[in-house]
Each structure stands twice: as C-alpha cells, then as structure tokens.
Design a protein around this ligand. Structure first.
Ligand SMILES: Nc1ncnc2c1ncn2[C@@H]1O[C@H](COP(=O)(O)OP(=O)(O)OP(=O)(O)O)[C@@H](O)[C@H]1O
Ligand SMILES: Nc1ncnc2c1ncn2[C@@H]1O[C@H](COP(=O)(O)OP(=O)(O)OP(=O)(O)O)[C@@H](O)[C@H]1O
Ligand SMILES: [Mg+2]
Ligand SMILES: [Mg+2]
Lengths: 228, 228
C-alpha cells in the first residue's frame, strides 16, 4: 500500500537545522494493521503526516498505491488524501465554526456522496458513538473525550482505504478506548482497511500485527505482535 | 482548603437546558491529593474549572480558603487564581504567539517575581523537563507530548498552593507519565501542596489518597486509595 525510502525531514530555524526524521524506511502492505511507538518528540506525528501526504519529506521517496507521491504537486496529494485516507489528529483539529454534524459531513462532501446517503451515514456514526445529543453543538461545547470521538468518527465516515490515527484514545476512558480499538480491528479484519496508528498504549498496540519503534527520528526496531 | 456545596452547572442552548453538574458536594482539605474519575462528558473538566474559579456554578456555594467565592466579582476570582492556583489544562492552552520561555514566564510576571529569580526558575524547570532545546520555539513547533510538558511546567513554576490538573499525562509515554506523577507526589508530601487531578488512569489515581467518581454530573461515590 505504501512505501517510504530513506525519508528525511528536518526543520530550519535560522541557522539551526533540526532533523526530526532520518533514514526512515518502512513498508506497509494493504490490509496490515501497524502501530508506531516511541518517546515524545521522536517523530511519530511527523511520520504519520508524511504518510498521509499532509507534510512532505525533505529527502527520500514516498510511494503510495504505486504512485510517486514525492513528485506530486500539492493538488494531487490533496486529491489522494481526500479519496483514500481517514486521518485522526492528535489534537483533533475539528472545525470550530462548524457543528458536530457539519464536521462529520465534510469528508462526505469531498467524496461527492449524495445527500440521502450522507444523512444516513452521519446518523449511523452519531448513534454508534453515542453522541446524537451533541450533533448541533460546536466543538468548543464538547468535552475533551467527545471531541476525540468526533475526530475518530470523521476519519471513518468516508470509509477510507487507509486510516492514520495519531493517539486515537488518549483522552478516553478504558471502556471507550477499547470500543475504538475494536472498531479499528473489525474494519481491518472484515473490510481489509489498512490501519497505521501512533500510540503510547501497549494495550492498543496489541490490536495490530506489527510495531515500529521510533527513537530520535529513526526506526530503531520492528516488533511482531504475538497473538495468544 | 476548598468546599463545594450543592453546586449546579447547566448550559442553556436556546430552549434546551443541559445540566452538566448537579448536587455536587465536595470538601478538599489542605495538603490532600485527590483524583476525579468518570466517563467522558460526566463533568470532570467543568468541576475542575469551577474549583479553579475559571467558571462559575449556576447554583450553590464555593468556599476557597474560607472565602465565599460565589459572591465575588471576576476581578477578585482572577486575583485568587493567579495567587494560589496552578492549572494544567486538558488541551494545554499555551499562548501560540509566545515562545516556550515566555509561556513559562507568564505566571511569574503575574506574581511579580523579580527578573533574576524568574530566569533561574525557568532554567530549572526547562532542565528538569528536558526541554531546554525547545525554549525559543513556539507551541506549534512542539510535539503533543512536549506541549503537555510545558503545560505542566507552567502550572508548577509559580509554586502554587493548589494544583488542578486535567488529564496531565494523556499524551505522554509511561516513563514520562510516571515522572510527572512523582513530581506531584513529592510536592504533595514534602511541600504540602494540595493536588486535585482529573485522570482516566488507574495508575495515576493511586498516587492520591482519595478518588471522587463522577457520573452524569454527580459524585456517584468516593473511594479511599489503599496503600500497599
Ligand atoms: N457551552 C456548552 N453548551 C452545552 N453543553 C456543554 C457546553 N460546554 C460543555 N458542555 C457539556 O458539558 C458536559 C461535560 O463536559 P466536561 O468537559 O466537564 O466533561 P469531562 O468529564 O471532562 O469529559 P472528558 O473525560 O471527555 O474530558 C459535556 O457533555 C459537554 O457537551
Ligand atoms: N516547525 C518546527 N520547527 C522545529 N522543530 C519542530 C517543528 N515542528 C516539529 N518540530 C520538532 O519535531 C519533533 C518531533 O515532533 P513529533 O510531533 O513528530 O513528535 P511525536 O513523536 O509525535 O511526539 P509526541 O509523542 O509528543 O506526540 C519535536 O522535537 C518537535 O519539537
Ligand atoms: Mg505526536
Ligand atoms: Mg475533560
């Protein structure tokens, strides 16, 4: 599904060059469920943004569904993102002046889903996440965990081929966190959705098949998840 | 230290009245370390904001260090907040156009701490949290966990009498989360700082002495933490 070759990402602040990712090589096949773990600042969110074409590497190649993304202009990357990817952001990034309903509708508008189908998918996801009562509220009127749930729901509602989830359960209680991981697992096992999650939870990482351990911007080691 | 009597908080959206807190009674003595737990949307952040005088109850009394806060104007509440309280926000709320250094300096300016003392306290906390290299960056240039650490550091740097922490370790790896909880424990046991934390982590709750379990805006039950 996607392949990163010798990816580098640095930031230039005046004279100071900070390498955030270096010599990163990764391959994720369609239908895989992979976790990325590592200390704060090790480059996990940066790596996920590059995979999601929301950021560009400063060096290296990124192949997505056989296409050379590193050669594309922003317009083409945005098209691919809207068509194939559902992204759960670490800080949610809901649109403040859209209601919950409108935030959930946005990915469906990009995919040109017809009106009746949009209504039914939004109703379905509001119901499954138990947030029907919140549909006309704005993000600032929701609790932290509710905002996170809307962020997850928004990433799934367009039925993407690839889900990129950055700490999707950080603000949730264990029962709700478990619910989210079971939804991911079901999408992966039954619908063949490829999932790459950043997590600092060992429990969450066990839902996947493989773990990439990042440290200081490099993939320090890979671990296979042993199922009991 | 603080006492809440029959606290109620509702929101009015048009004709709809949503009760977020109801019949809440709570007493926290100076030097206590209390945790607040409960499902998403149960009112934990709302309760913490009322305790921190950042929000007002719609009914009931709030006594803080023997003073009737529910009778005060905003100016007096802000004074008390700046003088006695360090607040760790669930969504960090760092000031985007101030650097890390300036964000950390802000509480010290409110407390009229002299310049040399400010410099030394900021240097000390940057060092302890291992973020010296980030001091001149802006919050948007930090990782999620780094922003959370700066939020915690900013709450502690003014040496408050009362720390109110809303999910202070949600975006941190276990070793760093443990470090934060040990800092809290030390401040509580050695300096008598009163600590009230909202957490969904059982492990974090064990650092305190008592747990208030919230459900649908009420204190459903209290639990004493049994030390081994
Ligand atoms: N302005 C508002 N209008 C309507 N409802 C609101 C408003 N602000 C907050 N709420 C509601 O208050 C309830 C409690 O919110 P609060 O942030 O205290 O929950 P919480 O227990 O901290 O949850 P979490 O664990 O998800 O952070 C939520 O259901 C939220 O939708
Ligand atoms: N604009 C920027 N300028 C300089 N450094 C930056 C910039 N943006 C990000 N960084 C740095 O990139 C590093 C990696 O950030 P990233 O968000 O990928 O970490 P992370 O592994 O997701 O951490 P966390 O677990 O805390 O979320 C951090 O040290 C951060 O300070
Ligand atoms: Mg991150
Ligand atoms: Mg909250």
């Amino acid at each position: 599904m996607l392949e990163l070759k010798n990816i580098e990402r640095f930031y230039q602040n005046g004279a100071l060059k900070t390498y955030v990712l270096r010599y990163v090589n990764a391959h994720v096949a369609e239908g895989e469920f992979v976790s990325i773990m590592g200390p704060s600042g090790s480059g996990k969110s940066t790596l996920l943004h590059i995979m999601g074409m929301l950021d560009e590497a400063t060096e290296g190649e990124y192949w997505f569904l056989g296409e050379a993304v590193h050669k594309f202009k922003e317009r083409r990357r945005t098209e691919l993102y809207q068509q194939y990817i559902g992204f759960v952001f670490q800080a949610y990034h809901l649109i403040d002046d859209l209601t919950v309903y409108e935030n959930l509708e946005t990915p469906l508008l990009y995919k040109k889903v017809p009106s009746a189908e949009r209504k039914s998918r939004i109703a379905d996801v509001l119901d499954r996440f138990n947030i029907v009562a919140k549909k006309d509220l704005f993000p600032s009127q929701l609790s932290g965990g509710q905002q996170q749930l809307v962020g997850v729901a928004r990433a799934l509602i367009g039925r993407p081929k690839l889900i990129l989830a950055d700490e999707p359960t950080g603000n949730l209680q264990s029962p709700q966190a478990k619910e989210i991981m079971e939804i991911f697992q079901k999408l992966n096992e039954e619908d063949g959705v490829t999932i790459i999650q950043v997590t600092h939870s060992e429990a969450n990482a066990r839902y996947g098949q493989r773990i990439l351990h990042l440290s200081d911007g490099r993939v320090e080691r890979e671990e296979l998840v042993k199922k009991q």
